[in-house]
Design a protein around this ligand. Sequence first.
Ligand SMILES: *Cc1c(COP(=O)(O)O)cnc(C)c1O
Length: 432
Amino acid sequence: MKELRREKSEKLFEDAKTMFPGGVHSPVRAFKSVDGAPIFIDSGDGCIITDVDGNEYIDFCYSWGPLILGHNNASVKNAVQKALIKGTSFGTPTALGNEIGHLLLDNHKYLEMIRFVSSGTEAVMSAIRLARGYTGKNKIIKFNGCYHGHVDSMLVKAGSGLVTSGVSTSAGIPDSYVKETLVLELNDLQALIELLKSNNDIAAIIIEPVPANNGLLIQDRNYLSWLRKLCDEYGVLLIFDEVISGFRLGFEGASGYYSIKPDIITFGKIIGGGLPVGAFGGSKEIMSHIAPLGEVYQAGTLSANPLAISAGIAMLKEILKPGFYEDLEAKTQYLVGLIKSHAESKGYDFSIQSIASIFWFNFSTKRAITANDINADNMVIFKKMHKFLLDNGVYIGPSGYEVGFISAAHDKSTLEKAATLINQSLDEAFMN
Ligand SMILES: *Cc1c(COP(=O)(O)O)cnc(C)c1O
């Protein structure tokens, strides 16, 4: 196994640590769950990223999902350059805003009105406020193993014992906030029904319809449609957090994929084509409650700024092209198939779970459907894989709980090369 030289990355990280908490601006970037210092990336093109020491990697992280077209996509780059010439932000409405609005509403059957923000977290925070304002109720049900950004009330996990007593996963969150969030396990309808029956102050259920932040916990369609039915029965809003699944499982995301109409959908990541954009939308009836039309306040200085929106428009136009998702899915199946057949032939306790262009290494042959199905002890195997892959030019998210992404820029021969290296990394991890 060769060791790549990463002197510049290491030096930059030492320097960064003197200025930024942990040397980073988002915790997972610090490589805490894997060996070595984080790699400082200098540039990206197509499916390849290059670090400051000149090492190249085949990317499967893609800035955690937004770059479904790959790095430095020509259409996105040209659109941003064109917008840049006219100025970056005006704090006024722009024609570009209308353009992206039409693109979204004309092509997504569950969206009648949308509001732009600048991150997924902001979208979730606003969606929750809207659900509370609309229903006049306070509590939110969320599920263990779903991530909804760093909103105070969403950094809550199930406590031991009673389902209704969640505990915060971060310091700095008042108990009084935590009490407003009720946490359940995924795929447990009985617990949900009991909770809905016993509590009449529930404003919304929020779920990642394809939970992809704690492994890839693909739910059954039947379970998701029961959520819809129960929400209707109990007068609760259904929020689909589609920050990852939106525009990933198809233009209409998981909502379209499962044909389930949520009351509010949140977006982030892909919608901005790599620039900071988030959004939330739904029916006119519900969205009309947002200020200045309605009484639920929400605002943003840089919301829908022309630079970010022009990237979003270019990205949406590309993914609307016929065959886009079919190609992407075929690429994913190709990579997954190559890894799967190797792992099976070796009899490893390993499987690769995938949906659309998302995949995840599961260190078990049993399907993981709830957070409890993931054995944390197996992350030592991931650590070995990760090190091997990094040293051999494959970049995957630096945690075994993170999913990988396929982009339109992955070509067949690169995927073949990556699969060979991933298979070698499995051998390395399982044999040593
Ligand atoms: C990434 C993510 C968020 C948070 O988005 P940010 O842009 O990082 O604030 C929220 N929900 C889900 C499902 C996500 O994957």
